[in-house]
Design a protein around this ligand. Structure first.
Ligand code: NAP
Length: 258
């Protein structure tokens, strides 16, 4: 019997896992998306969309679908889904893996201001009006509306429900190039970049461009990982390691030494 796998997606690692597992006879995998993006990329795996209805809803899904392995490949800032996955895997004991790509780190001399959350990021911009490139996603804009002295250039995949007064919007989806990012920053006379510490290559070009132009970066630190103590759980850094973990799960319990 193939291993039944639920992949919680919304990241480039989840897409890589979906591509790698499509057609693999050892697994019967489903990719789950929150359903926020209006035009999600095509998936080579069967896909479900929308929340599970909290921890109990996810635990019930794991039971009903007889899921053998839960792969949490959400974006590093999707903290609630990660917490729910861990709690559900406790309620309905299920081997669990979290894919947590390494965060970006500053190069020596990079003018980064690291802050714990979006409210602190908005405050870190200071009182003096500045031209700000905001790449924090469309759901985290509210704290910036309270600091209306700045001119915001906002980039997101889908349009935000509300924009800070006077903000300009660019609808675009990575990957971006350093040349393109630099051109954008120069043409729009950007003075400071605000970003979540998402890590990964797809959106890292903005940091190289900011560094080349000597721009300040306000970097929002990641939420912490949930505690896996007492769970059959593991954290890995990328899709390759996640596939190794899955190969281990796909072996019989005797082969795994369980
Ligand atoms: N936050 C970011 O910066 C960011 C950036 C890029 C992509 N994303 C992706 O966008 C999605 C939503 O992000 P978020 O920050 O709003 O998440 P979140 O705050 O961690 O999750 C909120 C709720 O959305 C539902 N949900 C989230 N991911 C899901 C998934 N893969 N499948 C089914 N339901 C899911 C769950 O609802 P129930 O409680 O009802 O199950 C969850 O409790 C995530 O899948 C994430 O990977 C997020």
């Amino acid at each position: 019997m193939p291993l039944k796998v639920l992949i919680l997606g919304g990241s480039s690692e989840a897409s890589a896992l979906a591509s790698a597992l499509a057609g693999d006879p050892r697994v019967d995998a489903v990719l789950s998306l929150a359903g926020r993006t209006q035009t999600p990329a095509a998936s080579p795996l069967p896909r479900r969309s929308g929340g599970f209805g909290g921890v109990q809803g996810l635990a019930d899904y794991l039971t009903a679908e007889r899921i053998d392995a839960l792969m949490v490949a959400t974006h590093p800032f999707a903290a609630q889904m990660r917490r729910h996955a861990v709690a559900a895997a406790r309620l309905r004991p299920t081997p669990l893996l979290i894919v947590d790509r390494p965060p970006w780190t500053p190069l020596p001399g990079d003018p980064w201001t690291c802050v714990p959350d979006m409210t602190a990021a908005a405050r870190a911009l200071g009182e003096t009006p500045r031209r700000v490139l905001l790449t924090v996603g469309r759901q985290d804009l509210a704290p910036f509306a309270a600091h209306a002295q700045h001119s915001y250039l906002i980039r997101s995949i889908d349009p935000p429900a509300d924009l800070p007064t006077g903000a300009e919007l660019i609808l675009d989806r990575g990957p971006f190039t350093e040349t393109g990012e630099r051109r954008l920053m120069e043409q729009r006379r950007v003075e400071v970049l605000v970003t979540k510490n998402a890590g990964g290559d797809a959106t890292a070009a903005k940091l190289a461009a900011a560094q080349a132009l000597g721009l300040e970066v306000v970097m929002v630190d990641r939420p912490s990982l949930p505690d896996l103590e007492g769970l059959d759980g593991q954290v890995v850094a990328d899709a390759v390691q996640a596939l190794d973990w899955l190969s281990h799960q796909a072996r019989s319990p005797t082969e795994r030494g369980v």
